[in-house]
Design a protein around this ligand. Structure first.
Ligand SMILES: Nc1ncnc2c1ncn2[C@@H]1O[C@H](COP(=O)(O)OP(=O)(O)OP(=O)(O)O)[C@@H](O)[C@H]1O
Length: 615
């Protein structure tokens, strides 16, 4: 922690938690401001307010006051010395009595900035956002209007899902997912990598087109530009593979959620809202694990009253960088499927197979893995099941697509050489293509290999690995990277949304040489888009990146740099997200103990939405 992070004049618990690096200056200032305005002298309440502000940065929309110490510790890169945590029961009572805190069921008129619901402490704005999502989901789940009479729906499903390749004892979950989108207003399609999420989206579009008299107005969206481009490309390919007449199903251009909703940077409202709803009858959103609570609220409020919404994603991945783990919450804490819905589903089911059932009201979980039968698939399944021994066994099994190289903060020469070879091979291909202005090839090489870290800083962090990879590339590739320039072959990541230019936080591209000077190339469908350096607002080099930022991307090979076993950031979601980014090879740098620790520790995060929604 630098002196710039220390708040002068802070006292008591705020000062202690600030000095320990837990609270940032903004957390302390906000807590003091609220504490003074609402004449709240209690030190522990001020600490809770500061932690509630801080929680948003680590993805939680609220604090579970009874488990606060664990929740906070799980978000730190370094474990601080023992901290004077207040006793949880006394703390909750002090918070409940605070003039700054509204009671659970109180209306909004009192204007208090915080709200306590059971043991969950919210900043008021986030409680309201969560209420919007909860209310919208409940509203949109009450009444189900089948898109067609059930015998008709059944005939279409029979024709679309012949499922010949599916083993006879597997329930047809893809068919179930598609059927649910015709019976429900909101359907969640959950599944790990290679379970057929894209395939089922293509079939959902085909089914809805067949069931409408005139083709429905459909939107395809994803949280990042990169994910939207991948979705569109994959769905088009999947539709092409369908037999006639399905193969001529219309596939709309996929948009980022920001673009679809018309959200400007820095603004909390959207152009499309209840007064100006989206025109679409069917909205499909992919990579839902990256969608935050506030985006979800905007999306739900922007839909027409009877629009159908299909939310697709892998709930076992890391939760979004912004607060709110919507997908994890709405797939895990759901009421059981109502009997009436089960009866309708049975009427349209494939009777030749074991019944496929929703995993909760409105949730279909795809469980059969079509791809990833090798080490990566076994590793991902062991991680998801929380089986640390099995995961480490796969890593050490000698499988040709996964490997663990033990290392502490220093790499052995053999390990360093192995990673350097992969880095240099990918860097060479990218540099060669970029230097001749071949943007498509350079973008292809961008996906060849990536170093992923849990930490941002320190010996296991992105900053060290970014320097290391750049040094390797400069040493091995002649003409590579004069310092400080936008040089051909430099991979970059956008760090702020810029809708005017069409670049969004998390988009990755590569600098290529052109006759008019360097340009940043970004993948957009089939044709790369080139941007001048002046159009790049905020970006950073991306030879290495955090696992968090890698969500929504796919690489042929990844190197995952694990921190030591005591790092609080080692969680199951972290290693699962990292491992499932790779299609061909996963190399883990770190100790088997650190990997095992991550697998056995699901991420800590508090949310009210994650507590059972009422049926
Ligand atoms: N019902 C099916 N019958 C035959 N092959 C299938 C079926 N469903 C999916 N596949 C094949 O399995 C592979 C993975 O499917 P798909 O890309 O749809 O999965 P995904 O869940 O979207 O994967 P990812 O997580 O990588 O995006 C594809 O090659 C697809 O053609």
């Amino acid at each position: 922690m630098t002196t710039a992070d220390q708040v002068l004049g802070a006292t008591g618990l705020l000062a202690e938690f600030n000095a320990a690096g837990v609270l940032a200056p903004a957390d302390v200032h906000t807590a003091r401001l609220i504490g003074d305005l609402w004449t709240e002298p209690n030190d522990s309440v001020r600490l809770a307010i500061a932690l509630a502000v801080r929680a948003l940065r680590s993805g939680s929309v609220c604090l579970d006051v009874t488990r606060l110490a664990e929740q906070v510790m799980a978000t730190l890169e370094e474990v601080p010395d023992a901290l004077p945590w207040p006793d949880p029961d006394v703390w909750v009572e002090a918070i409940r009595r605070s003039p700054a805190v509204a009671a659970a069921k109180a209306g909004g008129s009192s204007g208090q900035p915080l709200r306590l619901v059971d043991d969950l402490l919210y900043l008021e704005r986030w409680w309201r956002t969560e209420e919007v999502v909860r209310h919208q989901l409940e509203q949109r789940s009450v009444e189900t209007v089948p898109l067609a009479p059930l015998p008709r729906l059944r005939r279409e499903l029979d024709a679309l899902f012949d499922d010949q390749a599916l083993p006879a004892d597997e329930p047809p979950h893809q068919r179930l997912a598609a059927a649910m989108t015709a019976l429900n207003q909101v359907t969640v399609v959950a599944g790990g990598p290679g379970t057929g999420k894209t395939t089922v989206v293509a079939k959902i579009l085909a089914l809805h087109e067949a069931l409408h008299d005139t083709p429905p107005v459909v939107a395809l969206a994803a949280p990042t530009g990169k994910a939207a481009a991948r979705l569109e490309e994959a769905v088009r390919r999947s539709v092409d593979d369908l037999p006639a007449p399905w193969s001529s199903t219309a596939v709309p251009d996929a948009l980022t959620l920001h673009r679809l909703l018309g959200v400007r940077p820095g603004q909390a409202h959207a152009r499309h809202n209840p007064d100006n709803p989206l025109p679409h009858e069917l909205v499909v959103v992919d990579e839902m694990s990256m969608v935050s609570l506030s985006q979800m609220a905007l999306l739900l409020q922007a839909l027409r009253p009877h629009a159908r919404l299909v939310l697709v994603g892998d709930p076992d991945q890391l939760t979004p960088v912004d607060a709110g783990a919507v997908l994890a919450d709405i797939t895990r804490a759901v009421p059981p499927t109502p009997d009436r819905m089960l009866t309708s589903l049975a009427e349209v089911a494939d009777r030749e197979r074991p019944p496929a059932l929703p995993t909760g009201a409105g949730v279909a979980t795809l469980s059969y893995t079509w791809r990833f039968q090798g080490g990566i698939g076994r590793l991902a399944r062991a991680i998801r099941a929380g089986d640390a021994d099995a995961a480490v066994e796969v890593l050490l099994s000698g499988a040709d697509d996964v490997r663990l190289s033990p290392a502490g903060s220093n790499l052995s020469p053999a390990t360093a050489a192995a990673i350097r070879d992969q880095v240099v091979e990918a860097g060479r291909a990218m540099h060669a293509a970029a230097d001749t202005g071949d943007a498509r090839k350079a973008l292809n090489a961008l996906e060849q290999h990536r170093v992923l870290c849990a930490h941002r800083s320190g010996p296991f962090g992105v900053s060290r690995w970014e320097r290391l990879v750049q040094d390797w590339l400069r040493g091995a590739i002649s003409g590579y990277g004069p310092t400080g320039d936008l040089y051909p072959g430099l991979p970059i990541m956008i760090t702020e949304n810029d809708p005017d230019v069409g670049l969004y936080n998390g988009d990755t591209g590569v600098i290529v040489r052109t006759p008019s000077g360097p340009r940043a190339a970004f993948a957009r469908g089939g044709v790369p888009r080139l941007h001048t350096p002046l159009e790049l607002n905020a970006f950073e080099p991306v030879h290495a990146m955090t696992v968090h930022k890698s969500q929504g991307s796919q690489f042929r090979r990844i190197t995952l740099v694990l921190p030591p076993v005591e790092s609080p950031l080692l969680t199951r979601e972290l290693v699962y997200t990292a491992v499932t980014r790779a299609s061909e090879h996963v190399e883990v740098i770190g100790s088997p103990e650190a990997f095992a620790r991550a697998v056995s520790r699901p991420a800590e995060r508090a949310s009210g939405l994650g507590r059972l929604r009422s049926p």
